[in-house]
Design a protein around this ligand. Structure first.
Ligand SMILES: Nc1ncnc2c1ncn2[C@@H]1O[C@H](COP(=O)(O)OP(=O)(O)OP(=O)(O)O)[C@@H](O)[C@H]1O
Ligand SMILES: O=C(O)C1=C[C@@H](O)[C@@H](O)[C@H](O)C1
Ligand SMILES: [Mg+2]
Length: 212
């Protein structure tokens, strides 16, 4: 692989518009951390959010697979969930020390208290909250989630919602993930980050049209 293609994979372009630049500046080394259940859209939305804000996008699940040289299914099958969770915690801690990035976490990552503390220290957490039907329709497209193979996937997902949503609710920002164009979700996230991080002055409106 040439250095150039590697660079285009790993680095981010400078943000094009003023809101994006201001968010970039306000973040400093803090990262934007997407949390939510399987199928919530963390990877799909995270990639686009990174592009929108000129931040490198990293998918924790992919990093764990690269570090282990195995797929998540294989890690669960060969070593068990506890081993996966330990690797997940370490990989996320490393990635958060490399901020600012947009980080898509695995669905279970935020359930770990140490990881939650790291995220609150070095990032801004964004929960992509989706209802059961949306999640089930989306996860049915791929067979890559070992947790859903342990029984009836809908029942498992419902149980995970019950266990995890009260914890996810501690995120800094919550966005309803639904079947609208990805860009709409991205802009809602950008607006929520701007409302949280940027001073509310007249300058914060982006590309304001000149007076008529
Ligand atoms: N706003 C949206 N509208 C329609 N489809 C979406 C939307 N957001 C995500 N999707 C689709 O849902 C599927 C699951 O999304 P994605 O893989 O990003 O979820 P995830 O949260 O990363 O899940 P996992 O925890 O399993 O990695 C993908 O096919 C993605 O394109
Ligand atoms: O919700 C979970 O616990 C998981 C979600 C996926 O992203 C993977 O991290 C793994 O399959 C476990
Ligand atoms: Mg994902």
């Amino acid at each position: 692989m040439s250095a150039k293609s590697n660079e285009s994979d790993r680095s981010a372009k400078l943000p094009q518009d003023k809101t994006a630049r201001r968010i970039h500046d306000a973040l400093g080394s803090r990262s934007l951390v997407l949390i939510g259940l399987m199928g919530a859209g963390k990877s799909a939305i995270g990639r686009r959010l990174g592009k929108r804000l000129g931040l490198r996008f990293v998918d924790a699940d992919k990093e764990i697979e690269a570090a282990a040289g195995k797929t998540i299914n294989e890690i669960f099958a060969d070593h068990g969930e506890a081993y996966f969770r330990d690797g997940e915690r370490r990989v996320i801690a490393r990635l958060l020390s490399e901020g600012p990035i947009v980080l898509a976490t695995g669905g279970g990552a935020y359930m770990n208290a140490e990881t939650r503390a790291e995220i609150s220290d070095k990032g801004l957490s964004i929960w992509l909250k989706a209802d059961l039907d949306v999640l089930m329709e989306r996860v049915s497209r791929r067979d890559t989630r070992p947790l859903l193979k342990a029984g009836d996937p809908r029942e498992i997902m419902q149980r995970l919602m019950g266990e995890r949503y009260p914890v996810y609710a501690g995120a800094d920002i919550t966005i309803e993930s639904r079947n609208v164009p990805h860009e709409i979700i991205v802009e809602e996230i950008v607006d929520a980050i701007a409302a949280r991080l940027l001073p509310h002055d007249a300058d914060s409106t982006d590309d304001a049209a000149p007076g008529q």
